[in-house]
Write a protein of this length. Sequence first.
Length: 238
Amino acid sequence: MANLTGNDRSRYVQDVFTRIAPRYNLMNRLMTGGQDLRWRREVIRRARLFPGDRLLDLGAGTGDLSREALRQQPEAHVLAADFTLEMMRVGKGAFSPALPLTWSAADALHLPFGDQAFEAVISGFLMRNVADVPLALAEQFRVLKDGGRLVILDTTRPRRNLLSPFTWLHMHVVIPLLGTLVSGQRDAYTYLPDSTEHFLYAEQLAGQLAKAGFTNIGFHRLMLGTIAIHSAEKPKNQ
């Protein structure tokens, strides 16, 4: 279903994540062998949070990145935003009420926040799901303060190499099988490899960041080239 566009794509993505929400975190651990926890730590490290910083965790889902942000910088003001209410409901149930985390319903293409509202914007496994990548990046650019930091963790289209058969096996056999056994939602976990293979190469996403106005753009590939962490900054004195 990765070829869907516009509102059809948004509705499909929302339905998929509503259905997999109860087993979402467990599936992430299983699919990545627990490596996603390390990746999330790296995302927050690259966000370079200071006490009092306002952080937007966009497409926050169940809040794993928000939790890590508060672990690394307890004095940050973290806002977890998502357009799938069931994902946030599951996340809120797993959080201690003592954690200073704010939850908000938000569409990545039409953010309900003012200009220059955050020192940092992060996302985990959001961008390949949005219906309009340039618009989503433009919105993130808009809500970032001048000099603000952007960090994106997501799957990326893998380049062909000697390990490609193993990558294909993991994405098209192992992940759908795990999805069926753990969540009972095989179609949701065939969407994941499908959406990855229809998404941008890491270099292309970096190019989109540049077109959106970001500078100091860099990325690092992980997990046989199927995952990438991009970082960028909004120029000062816009």
